[in-house]
Design a protein around this ligand. Sequence first.
Ligand code: FCA
Length: 330
Amino acid sequence: MKLLPFVALCIFGILGCSGTNQGKQEALPIKIGFLVKSGTEVWFRQEWKFAEEASKTLGFDLVELATPDAGTVMSAIDNLHTQGAQGLIICSPDVKLGPAIVEKAKQFNMKLLTVDDRLVGPDGQPLKDVAYLGISAENIGKMVGQAIVDEIKQRGWNMNEVGALATTVDELETARQRTDGAKSVLLANGFPEKNIFETPWKNRDIKGALDVAAVTLTQHPEIKKWVAYSMNDDGVLGTVRACEGRGIPASDVIGVGINGTSGVDDFRKSGPTGFFASVLLSPRRHGYGTAEMMFNWIKNGVVPPLETFTDGILITRENYKEQMHKEGLL
Ligand code: FCA
């Protein structure tokens, strides 16, 4: 009888002890949400693929959700909270949702990391206190411009007879910096400003770009040779398809994209198309890299840098296989 209180104490002690352990964060399964603005664009599918690789290698649960508008972003964050996620990585469909996303993440005690498209505040300025990993957009835009200028020279074209068609997304900083970067190199190399036609790209898929590019081509039948740039491959592929639709031969079109992930389909075609080159980015760094940063933040308290800028490499039909292989994309 006298032993009873002692036994009870031991049992309480064991339970109490294990209860305390469960309260520690490392005992909880780590769950990270990865929200992207498009679940169909190849770039984001690649980012997810590499984030999945990180979840397997490092050992955490990954929840991938496509959130193409404000409503789906907000309900996805609620959903992640219900599932017990401690971290959120997001490429928002609208960067102006910044303050609302930050608020919700705070409310749910969720760590927040942004990728690709940087959130902005009510004044339109980047939220610099939210960790961000994105491309060095202006430099990459300049690489696009340089590749176009080099190929114009290579083909022996007279710049005064060439049109430049840019499908633009000026409301998004990373997009504007890319197309402005490309334009600055064209101008610096003597490309006539009056021959540059910028057209806003609202429906941001290939078809959306094709539709707006076709209008510009129709308005300028006098121009027979075209160069094309945009914020990414899809914006350029749309222009290239629009040129094909008007019977402009591939030899009279120089399109240079960004991403590499969807432009590569044109390189795989048996003959050259107007999609001449792309700047291959690293979906591995954007997908695996951000997932790993978030994992380390949750598990080990390693706070990610507020800004990480990634670079890219020019690919053409000649070198894409080798470069994509290096990136784990082939
Ligand atoms: C933006 C674009 C994507 C990709 C990414 C790095 O989010 O929409 O296509 O270029 O930046």
